[in-house]
Design a protein around this ligand. Structure first.
Ligand code: GAL
Length: 400
């Protein structure tokens, strides 16, 4: 652990100049200079990640990508690129007040475009998770999507929202607004979909993600964020000792291609019972559990208790070494709990650590997978004139 913090300390100076470049208040007049420099100093102390802004500056599809940094006065900062709306880094204090980067990610936009990417940090759309056989029917018309994951369509197809360059506006130090217009027929989906996503860093070290979308034709939409977390810090090894609590009495079992069977099964008495804080790895090797076999571990949608239109508590995860606690609140009915079963160990993250098997986990708040083909699941159909909205909050604190 101390090695990691020393490493971070060494690069703190580089980070300070990066964050100064991104500080919008400093680009205003000198009357704000003292306050702005105080803000920068506080955040820069916390934001000790080895990111170079210019490694995120590319022209892709005729649009410019860059790195945007949100920071507060409470030791937190978040770096986001508008390539795929991806969270690259989240630095928050651990139980000893050491700045810790809890989001894994790459240090260049090129790596996010390369074969080693597994949707790291990305906004996912038009439809998160899988659609069976890449087909669904709407008003009697069948639509065909790319089958980019075995027989199924995954995370929006060959070029989903994770590979789009979003238009970005950063009105202040704590807000980034992104928008993307997905054309009628893009990746096989009907209707022009205009998506707006706002990331807001709260003074309480929460990251709030507000999603909105409108369409000009009936279509389907299910947006999420695919950040991979390691609450002990990127490069701290397995996440199997993290404690997880998920407020779900039921989950949706899957077949061998990870498509839900359509049933909602109770978690009670199974390795899927996370209703009390439980180490991720404590039941991972349960013999003869067909669901753990089908998922290659946990890679399942949990049906959240208390789901409703308001924000509700969905999950709490604690880093066993760092004491960092992440609370997840959402307006969504489900979350995909994925524990990095496909992480290959072939690629290097920004700290130099490899993307080793199960060294990060995702909590992707969303409607249930394959919803367009599952009549018992909450619908993801939207119509012209009706706005799609969704909010998720990831809030970071510590347990001593
Ligand atoms: C998750 C999905 C996994 C895997 C991963 C990306 O959302 O549940 O099965 O596809 O994305 O590697």
């Amino acid at each position: 652990m101390s090695k990691k913090f020393n490493y971070h300390g060494l690069i703190a100076m580089a980070a300070i100049s990066l964050f100064a470049c991104n500080n919008t208040s400093q680009q205003t007049d000198s009357s704000d200079a003292a306050a702005a420099s105080q803000t920068t100093a506080d955040a820069a102390t916390a934001c000790v990640s080895a990111l170079e802004k210019k490694s995120f500056e590319e022209t892709i599809d005729g649009k410019t990508t860059g790195l945007y940094v949100l920071k507060n006065n409470n030791g937190a900062c978040v770096a986001i690129t508008n390539y795929g709306g991806r969270i690259v880094s989240i630095v928050v204090p651990d139980k000893n007040n050491n700045p810790t980067d809890v989001a894994v990610g790459f240090k260049t936009v090129k790596e996010y475009q390369g074969p080693g990417d597994a949707y790291f940090g990305a906004l996912i759309g038009r439809v998160g998770n899988r659609i069976a056989k890449g087909k669904f029917t709407l008003d009697g018309k069948e639509y065909t999507l790319a089958t980019n994951n075995g027989p199924n369509s995954l995370h929006g197809g060959n070029k989903g929202f994770s590979a789009a360059v979003w238009d970005a506006t950063q009105p202040n130090d704590t807000t980034l607004s992104l928008s993307y217009v997905s054309k009628d027929g893009e990746e096989g989906y009907p209707g022009t979909l205009t998506a707006n996503v706002t990331y807001t860093l709260g003074a309480d070290n929460s990251i709030r993600i507000d999603y909105k979308a409108t369409t000009d034709k009936k279509t389907v939409v299910n947006l999420t964020n695919h950040t991979y977390f390691n609450l002990n810090g990127e490069g701290s090894g397995t996440i199997l000792n993290h404690l997880v609590q998920i407020n779900a009495d039921k989950y949706t079992p899957v077949d061998a291609t990870l498509i839900p069977t359509g049933k909602l099964e109770p978690v009670a008495g199974t390795p899927f019972d996370f209703t009390k804080p439980t180490a991720i790895g404590s039941r991972i090797d349960t013999v003869n559990n067909i669901q753990l076999k089908n998922g290659g571990g946990y890679d399942h949608n949990f049906a959240l208790a208390n789901a409703g239109p308001a924000l509700h508590d969905a999950a709490e995860v604690t880093g066993d070494q760092s004491g960092i606690v992440m609370n997840v609140l959402t307006t969504e009915p489900g979350l995909q709990f994925y524990i990095g079963n496909f992480m290959s160990g072939k690629n290097s993250f920004k700290s130099g650590a490899k993307d080793d098997y199960r060294t990060a986990f995702c909590i992707e708040t969303q409607h249930f997978p394959d919803a367009p083909n599952q009549k018992n699941f909450p619908s993801i159909v939207i119509e012209p004139g009706k706005e799609y909205t969704s909010t998720t909050v990831y809030k970071f604190g510590v347990k001593k």
